[in-house]
Design a protein around this ligand. Structure first.
Ligand SMILES: *Cc1c(COP(=O)(O)O)cnc(C)c1O
Length: 431
């Protein structure tokens, strides 16, 4: 179909191409039980990932002491002052409570990528250790921090294409294990991320093109080398499962805080979305943990709504934002993706409540408001979820009616950002 035919079929696209902030409700959303019949992925896959992360805990505790005994998890923080700020500024009442999932504070790499990215590297390392009969089943996994393991991994390569944060996770974890690791970085990747990776012995290859090109080039080079494992951000079930473990972790944290999730107390979750793996995996894990009482929305920049366009049209990776005249230029680095993952889009079809878009200016305003009200510092991308409750309520989605709802904003990154860089974001308003 041509662009003008799509505009007739899906009138919301008329606002999308004008770069307006919009919200789209997914007409294909179904009860979780029905949705699970349409995917090969299941609760068992998440349990397998969760068990593997447990096995690696003694190793991670040893090499990354800032983890919680080797478990990579982030705080779940009530943000009542920010809620008040949103209510005042946008003249809405947000019924229920507002929580922030602080993946900005995840150990090792300070973003949501510390979930999926690190998990995939660990799984690959485990497979290699088993295949070469190096793993001693009588001992715990702190054995991965020994010369024999590092020598094995030095003979193997890992590669990834990234706008930044995935590269940080894969690079830092792989280098620590002893792998020969290369990160293919798109033009929009920040200099400090490249510098940091190089300081850890990671090879960084720079491209003048966008994310898709960096991934494509990385994939091509890795395919030519049988000793190279390519972390495929667009198609990896391992990444997806690493993210999905977040579902049971959030369930435990809510329980600890005596917060109920059921029919009368639904959970609304707002997740910044780039290629889709992070938010998709987390949403999948949440759906399995809370069933039909959780409702997930993806948030994208107005210039890069690849998942929204892909799911709306049902064309997934066969359409790009450029097909609708959008330039894919945004200050939200992790979200500057023109084509969504088809694997994630198709998997999420029965599970996702909807998508909405956010202007860059909104991200900077929210960044400052959150810093001022709660003294929590997120990177611009990570703020895309914050406007979700406002958008949802203003567009009169039925979920505004629940006075005992929990609104959970996924804060996807921030702690690795250097202070002067962060100050620049904060002062962006005054430029
Ligand atoms: C990667 C990233 C996202 C989105 O994850 P995808 O898997 O690309 O959809 C959101 N926020 C931040 C800070 C990220 O680094």
């Amino acid at each position: 179909m041509t662009q003008s035919e799509w505009l007739v079929k899906l009138p919301l696209l008329q606002s999308v191409i004008k770069k307006k902030e919009v919200i789209w409700c997914n007409p294909l959303v179904e009860p979780v039980a029905a949705g699970l019949l349409k995917t090969n992925l299941s609760k068992d896959d998440i349990a397998d990932a969760s068990d593997r992360l447990e096995r690696f805990a003694p190793y991670l505790a040893k090499v990354f002491p800032d983890t919680d005994k080797g478990i990579i998890e982030s705080p779940l923080t009530p943000i009542p002052k920010m809620k008040q700020e949103l209510e005042t500024v946008h003249a809405v009442n947000i019924p229920g409570r507002l929580l922030l999932k602080q993946d900005n504070a995840l150990p090792i790499s300070g973003s949501i990528k510390a979930r999926g990215g690190i998990y995939e590297v660990l799984k690959h390392a485990e497979t290699l250790a088993i295949n070469s009969q190096l793993l001693d089943y009588a001992k715990d996994y702190s054995q991965f921090d020994t010369p024999a393991f590092r020598e094995l991994f030095a003979k193997h390569k890992i590669a990834v294409g990234s706008t930044g944060n995935l590269g940080l996770s894969i690079g830092i974890m792989s280098a620590k294990l002893g792998f020969d690791v290369t990160v293919h970085m798109s033009a929009d990747a920040k200099q400090w991320k490249k510098d940091l990776l190089r300081s850890k012995g990671v090879h960084v290859v720079e491209y003048i093109d966008d994310y898709s090109k960096a991934v494509e080039e990385g994939r091509r080079q890795a395919e030519a080398d049988p000793s190279c494992h390519f972390v495929d951000d667009e198609n990896s079930t391992d990444l997806f499962m690493g993210y999905a473990v977040a579902g049971e972790r959030v369930a435990a944290q809510l329980k600890e805080q005596n917060i109920t999730v059921d029919q009368a107390h639904p959970l609304f979750v707002y997740l910044p979305c780039g290629v889709g793996g992070g938010p998709g995996g987390v949403a999948f894990g949440l759906k399995l943990a809370f069933g039909d009482h959780v409702h997930c929305l993806f948030a994208e920049p107005t210039h890069s709504p690849c998942m929204m366009i892909g799911m709306m049209t049902g064309m997934h990776d066969q359409v790009s934002v450029a097909d609708f005249g959008l330039d894919n230029k945004t200050a939200a680095d992790g979200l500057a993706v023109g084509t969504a993952s088809a694997f994630v889009g198709k998997t999420m079809e029965p599970f996702l409540t909807g998508c909405y878009t956010v202007e860059d200016q909104t991200l900077f305003t929210l960044l400052k408001e959150l810093a001022d009200s709660e003294d929590i510092w997120l990177e611009p991308s990570a703020l895309a979820g914050m406007i979700g409750p406002v958008h949802g309520i203003k567009s009169k989605l039925p979920f505004a009616d629940f006075k005992d709802a929990t609104h959970l904003v996924w804060g996807t990154g921030g702690n690795m950002v250097p202070e002067d860089e962060m100050k620049g974001y904060y002062n962006h308003m005054r430029k």
